[in-house]
Design a protein around this ligand. Structure first.
Ligand code: ZN
Length: 155
């Protein structure tokens, strides 16, 4: 096992055992959105507070496998307080991390080096793509965030 994999496993376990931004926010002003991954039974509920073009606050509850819950915690830490533009950019980067790599593996191509620095701790989830069934677990919080943002902005 490469040292980088060990580091990534540590980050995932840390976020699973000590999830960040756990809890609820009053609705309104916060928007509540639920996500469910039937393949694994993972659940995530997000509370999103949008203010002045920013995701001013985010809280979450949920239960499920370590990948789904660690991914939610990592996501919250990555997007809290960011402008909606930055949040959408992070969403897009994470989606690429999960889907582009999957496509590359299907094609049998050598994975290109990812710009892991732009992902920070989120890069810890890059190893998930080796286990395609886990991608839905890792994507759950992000897909729920995308849904919540589009609902909140249409209100
Ligand atoms: Zn799962």
């Amino acid at each position: 096992m490469a040292p980088l994999d060990d580091l990534y496993r540590e980050i995932i376990l840390d976020h699973y055992r000590t999830p960040r931004n756990r809890g609820e926010l009053a609705t309104p002003p916060a928007h509540r959105v639920e996500g469910f991954n039937p393949l694994c039974g993972d659940e995530v509920t997000l509370y999103l507070e949008l203010r002045d073009g920013r995701l001013a606050d985010i809280k979450m509850t949920g239960r499920g496998c370590s990948i789904s819950q660690a991914s939610a915690s990592l996501m919250g830490a990555a997007v809290k307080g960011k402008t909606l533009e930055e949040v959408n950019a992070a969403l897009e980067r994470f989606r690429q991390l999960m889907t582009v790599t999957e496509t590359r593996l299907d094609e049998g191509a050598e994975p290109e080096p990812l710009d892991v620095r732009s992902l920070g701790e989120l890069a810890a989830l890059a190893g998930v793509v080796k286990f395609p069934v886990r991608i839905k677990c890792a994507m759950l919080a992000w897909a729920t965030l995308a849904q919540g943002l589009s609902e909140a902005s249409s209100h």
